[in-house]
Design a binder for this molecule. Sequence first.
Ligand SMILES: NC(=O)c1ccc[n+]([C@@H]2O[C@H](COP(=O)([O-])OP(=O)(O)OC[C@H]3O[C@@H](n4cnc5c(N)ncnc54)[C@H](O)[C@@H]3O)[C@@H](O)[C@H]2O)c1
Length: 283
Amino acid sequence: MEIKNVCVIGAGVMGSGIAQLASIYGYQVNLVDINENILEKAKSSIEKNLNRFFVAKGKISDNEAEEILNRIRLVAEREDAITDVQIVIEAVFEDMDLKQQLFSELDEKCDEDIILASNTSSLSITDIGTKAKNQERIIGIHFFNPAPVMKLIELIKGKNTSNDVLETAMKFSESLNKTVVTVNDSPGFITTRLIYVLCNEAINMKKEGIASTEDIDTAVKLAFNFPMGPLELSDLVGNDIYLHIGEYLAKELGEHYQPSPLLTKMVKDNYFGRKTNKGFYNY
Ligand SMILES: NC(=O)c1ccc[n+]([C@@H]2O[C@H](COP(=O)([O-])OP(=O)(O)OC[C@H]3O[C@@H](n4cnc5c(N)ncnc54)[C@H](O)[C@@H]3O)[C@@H](O)[C@H]2O)c1
């Protein structure tokens, strides 16, 4: 099956980035969220990003930017958004109940051959699809932030995902000029599991007082040639997000993944990182 039209559900940070990316590569995109206000904000952030990172840098012309924007249709009703598309990409909040509910509804309403993909960054794809009848068409397509820029897509094959769906999702991902890795369903996949462990261990080191925040970050950056240290990364992603991931991984994979007590305390005290202006650093 050839993918031409894409529906993206959730127009937040990731959904708007995925819509922009797909449109850049010529796909018609229906972008849907819970209200029109969010959709308008998403469209103006896409417009800003296109101007700042593509037009201003001479990568595309004003006209091309306009065409990219025009290929993205803001849709208030989900039923309307899933009409005449070949793939639905879900990018709503990272909440298992919400995603299960949504995939069960999508499975009921979408034609049999439409691929249903989740952009979850940690949740089991098999579990997300557990309330759907046709689980063969459910797959994880994990984009990274910002989606139009980052080179990787992690494809997650659920226990019931068919090989045909995997193959089509692979072709679609490659058509977006991404490098694709495939992983069998497992909480946190490759990337989230590894980055969580690195950040959580750095937080444990901070708690044990073995080095300062700055020195932990400097050591990791310079020793491993990483662009960012784990503590500044945790502040950027959100300490609340890492706590959530850690609790999920500990529940699914074992005690080894238990969040550091310092991480738990910081979130309790509202030290979420950049979004609350305080975390391992002050902003
Ligand atoms: N932010 C990241 O760096 C990142 C990276 C990769 C994957 N992810 C994953 O992408 C997903 C979205 O993350 P985000 O950072 O974009 O979140 P976000 O909070 O910026 O956006 C989520 C959007 O989903 C909308 N939404 C919620 N319920 C909805 C529903 N029932 N129907 C339609 N829209 C609904 C919200 O209104 C909101 O606009 C999560 O699963 C997250 O784990 C995030």
